[in-house]
Design a protein around this ligand. Structure first.
Ligand code: UP5
Ligand code: MG
Length: 195
């Protein structure tokens, strides 16, 4: 069995990471693992040991301790062990996340690159607020949580993106355009790695 390949997908809250990952899955056959979705699923499990902790971190836009997130990611990868291409969406978003990944999972996979959806924070916030107003049910699609999510992105996640830029591992996409236009840019990247 070949070593599983991983692409980290990062960008501010609401940049369109999940939307574009779904399109990549359809066209290129990756498995999409959203760290946020896995945490929300864990939170929803009856009797979950971490349910309340996860909810309070998400509402406050804070980053859940890496042991929880990494174990959910690893479990989800194992459940799809017959697949060998993974999009890991919304992770690693802090130094704690990066260290936890490097200590536990990194040696078992090959990180191809970081796909970075670049989008002004005002546009991202508007998108999440619109999604909240349309009934997303996400407890963090409100202005108080969004201000905190943006702050966390700037202070904790931007340095991680910078770290990978210094390693020349970041492929940046302009995420301000329409979903289809953004995907056209994404396909230019994936067509090249698939070739
Ligand atoms: N939309 C998408 N693309 C568009 C486009 N091109 N033009 C116009 N509209 C567009 O999109 C957001 C909204 O915008 C949607 O309504 C979409 O239709 C529209 P989406 O694809 O969902 O964007 P995404 O970047 O995935 O936004 P999301 O809200 O999921 O980003 P976050 O990174 O904030 O959320 P995530 O789920 O990753 O994390 C939530 C919280 O979980 C974090 O704040 C944190 O508390 C916790 N978390 C951790 O602690 N650790 C982790 O590792 C991950 C999460
Ligand atoms: Mg998402």
């Amino acid at each position: 069995m070949s070593v599983p390949k991983v692409i980290f997908v990062l960008g501010p809250p609401g940049a369109g990471k999940g939307t574009q990952c779904q399109k990549i899955v359809q066209k290129y056959g990756y498995v999409h693992l959203s760290a946020g979705d896995l945490l929300r699923e864990e939170r929803a499990k009856p009797g979950s040991q971490y349910g309340e902790l996860i909810e309070s971190y998400i509402r406050d836009g804070k980053i859940v301790p890496v042991e929880i997130t990494c174990s959910l990611l690893e479990k989800a990868m194992m459940a799809k062990s017959e697949m060998n291409k993974f999009l890991i969406d919304g992770f690693p978003r802090s130094e704690n996340n990066l260290n936890g990944w490097n200590d536990s999972v990194d040696k078992k996979v090959k990180l191809l690159f970081v796909l970075y959806f670049d989008c002004p924070l005002e546009i991202c916030t508007e998108r999440c607020l619109a999604r909240g107003a349309a009934g997303s049910g996400r407890s963090d699609d409100n202005i108080e949580s969004l201000n905190k999510r943006v702050k966390t992105f700037l202070s904790e996640t931007a340095p991680i993106i910078q770290h990978y830029k210094e390693l020349d591992m970041v492929k940046t996409v302009d995420a301000t355009k329409s979903e289809d236009e953004v995907f056209t840019e994404v396909t230019e990247i994936f067509d090249n790695i698939e070739a």
